[in-house]
Design a protein around this ligand. Structure first.
Ligand code: ADP
Ligand code: MG
Length: 609
């Protein structure tokens, strides 16, 4: 419960207004319930001809308010009976009952009405928070946490929180109010009976609680399994091409069905337990009522009680209207347990530590816009093994430095350190002599443009994909960037030109076209530093030519770190570094390295056949 209050404090505070309205209407509704049921007493008394007393009108404001209200109510009833007969009086009382019930249900509806924006709002806030957190967390976080699992947390767990916790909010405020109001009334009507009830109720409650003990655990298990299923689906969607090519439909399908079956088994267990709560509490509730009925009835029949038969029935009605809120309350508490399990999983993301932080007093970017880069004795590891070891490298402004080496030698890692996708473990990377960790991350990345092997595009128009990194580009600038990137012609050939949607991740384009769009994007951003990681590796020779041409224009007057698989593309670099197992083993120009006759020459020879 303490956890829940903390949670409420965290998320409900923006919705105080709704909360107050909700509580207000709940209180109103609880009192109206009492009054509407109270009308039953005179009706019963009349039917059974119990009361023979005569009532005189009492002036408002004299004596106890409750006594005056009750007295005058009876007085008016008596007047109606005298003037119009009992049948009309009965009809009037029934009409009053309907009217009071209308008010009661109306206020109950209003309280629910105001709880809804609170509920949807909290869920929206949680979803936004997770999304922002996912975007801000470093790339490294998502290799540890599986993507499907993150998706399960965003979708499944948030929905679970919505269904269990937030939908219980109304119940949680409504029911205690209702219960307290009813209990107080019960004490006023007959304290002897109420003491008896107060002994019975907790016993019933304890029995009910037993049913739901394992639910939180089962729920946690269920959500985890849901994550497994989602990972599975996401992997399948990504690998559909290979699955088909290898005729592996049956295999993946079998695997999916097995996991799905497991999920079903957990769900069955969880839901059966959940469903058990209702009949159990109904039975226990009736049992309690039966006992109270017997006890109270005996009191009345033996004639030594302070309670009249009509009041006793009123008492039973009030008591009966406690059973439901009590049931709901236990269900809500129980639901919240389930939701807290999901909230725990969500908090794993929300409270994850982000190691790539802005410094407390960031240094401004160097003014001249002509940055030079230095890797100073840099060492780095993802986990246990060092991936880069004592790497030092100078990249003066305007020069092109190429990294070559076998796959897995650490080239991409070296490039990823520059925009601080990861932080170095030892040594430092500086820009114009300033350690990049002393710059604001946003400032640092504004200096850089990336073109990678897989062009990363978004399901949007050409225009929006090209202007992705800039705020206020004119159409001329965008067209110009597309021209420089050799993308203008094929864009204009599409139906709606720059407004054409390129499909999910650019699936309606060829590899070379996608790459030229990502180059246009980098051109428009116009960064002084450029990182090209195997930008042409995935392309055929024809489109490689077009892309290379675009790249050559892009690289002009910039500091470029280029990683290339095809050595033909880096022949003209100012400096070529050969990486081997995380160390720079050779460096020089193309001609120097060929003359050296070492690893570089070996790599070139291998590509020459
Ligand atoms: P290259 O780009 O030269 O092919 P990488 O820099 O991608 O090489 O990888 C260098 C080494 O680091 C490889 O041994 C690879 O297995 C490892 N590695 C790459 N990325 C990660 C990662 N996110 N987590 C753990 N190890 C990684
Ligand atoms: Mg690589």
């Amino acid at each position: 419960m303490k956890e829940f209050l903390l949670l409420a404090k965290r998320f409900i505070s923006p919705y105080k207004k709704y909360l107050i309205l909700n509580i207000l209407f709940n209180i109103l509704s609880a009192f109206l319930t009492l009054f509407s049921f109270a009308i039953i007493i005179p009706i019963l008394e009349m039917l059974f001809r119990i009361s023979q007393a005569h009532y005189e009108f009492m002036a408002w404001g004299t004596g106890d308010l409750k006594d005056v209200v009750v007295n005058n109510f009876y007085y008016y009833t008596q007047e109606i009976i005298a003037d119009h007969g009992q049948s009309v009086a009965l009809a009037a009382l029934a009409a009053l009952l309907v009217f009071m019930t209308l008010l009661k249900t109306g206020t109950a509806y209003l309280s629910a009405y105001y709880s809804i924006p609170m509920r949807t709002g909290v869920v929206r806030d949680i979803r936004n928070l997770i999304y922002d957190k996912v975007v801000s967390l470093p790339i490294g976080f998502f290799t540890n946490e599986r993507k499907g699992d993150v998706m399960a947390r965003i979708s499944g767990d948030v929905t679970e929180v919505e269904n269990s916790i937030t939908s219980s909010i109304n119940m949680l405020f409504k029911n205690p109010i209702m219960i307290i109001v009813c209990l107080v009334t019960m004490v006023l009507v007959s304290w002897q009976l109420t003491v008896f009830v107060l002994i019975l109720l907790p016993l019933a409650g304890m029995l009910m609680g037993k049913v739901g003990k394992n639910l939180k655990r089962a729920s946690l298990e269920g959500q985890t399994q849901w994550g497994v299923l989602l990972s599975n689906i996401e992997e399948t969607l990504g690998g559909l091409r290979i699955i088909k090519a290898f005729n592996a439909e049956g295999k993946v399908s079998g695997r999916f069905k097995k996991e799905n079956e497991r999920f079903v088994r957990i769900s069955n267990r969880m839901n059966r337990r959940y469903e058990l709560a209702h009949p159990m509490s109904e039975l226990l509730g009736t049992l309690t009522i039966a006992i109270v009925l017997w006890f109270g009835g005996t009191l009345i029949l033996t004639g030594d009680s302070s309670i009249s038969a009509a009041s006793f029935i009123y008492y039973m009605v009030i008591f009966y209207s406690i059973i439901n809120p009590a049931k709901d309350l236990s269900k809500a508490v129980y639901s919240i347990q389930r939701g807290m399990a999901s909230m725990e999983r969500i908090d794993k993301i929300l409270k994850a530590d982000n190691p790539i932080k802005d410094p407390s007093s960031p240094r401004p970017l160097p003014r001249d816009g002509k940055p030079s880069i230095r890797y100073d004795n840099v060492s780095f590891r993802y986990a246990q093994n060092w991936v880069l070891r004592n790497v030092s490298l100078d990249i003066p402004f305007g020069s092109t430095v190429a990294l070559v080496g076998q796959s897995g030698s650490g080239k991409s890692t070296m490039a990823d350190l520059l925009p601080r996708f990861y932080d170095v473990n030892e040594g430092a990377i500086t820009i114009d002599g300033i350690d990049i960790r002393q710059l604001r991350v946003h400032d640092l990345r504004s200096l850089m443009g990336n073109v990678n092997q897989e062009a990363i595009l978004f399901n949007d128009s050409f225009y929006n994909n090209i202007t992705f990194g800039v705020h206020n580009a004119t159409m001329e600038q965008v067209e110009q960037a597309a021209r420089v990137a050799n993308a203008y012609d094929f864009i204009m050939e599409t139906e709606e030109g720059f407004n054409t949607n390129i499909g999910d991740r650019g699936c309606r384009l060829s590899g070379g076209q996608r790459q030229r769009i990502s180059i246009a994007r980098a051109i428009l951003k116009n960064p002084p530093i450029l990182i090209l990681d195997e930008a042409t590796s995935a392309l055929d020779t024809e489109s490689e030519h077009l892309v290379q041409e675009a790249l050559d224009r892009l690289m002009k007057d910039r500091t470029t770190l280029v990683i290339a698989h095809r050595l033909s593309t880096i022949r003209n670099a100012d400096l070529i570094c050969v990486l081997h197992e995380g160390r720079i083993v050779e460096r020089g120009t193309h001609d120097e390295l060929i003359a050296l006759g070492g690893q570089y020459k070996h790599l070139v020879d291998m590509q020459k056949f």
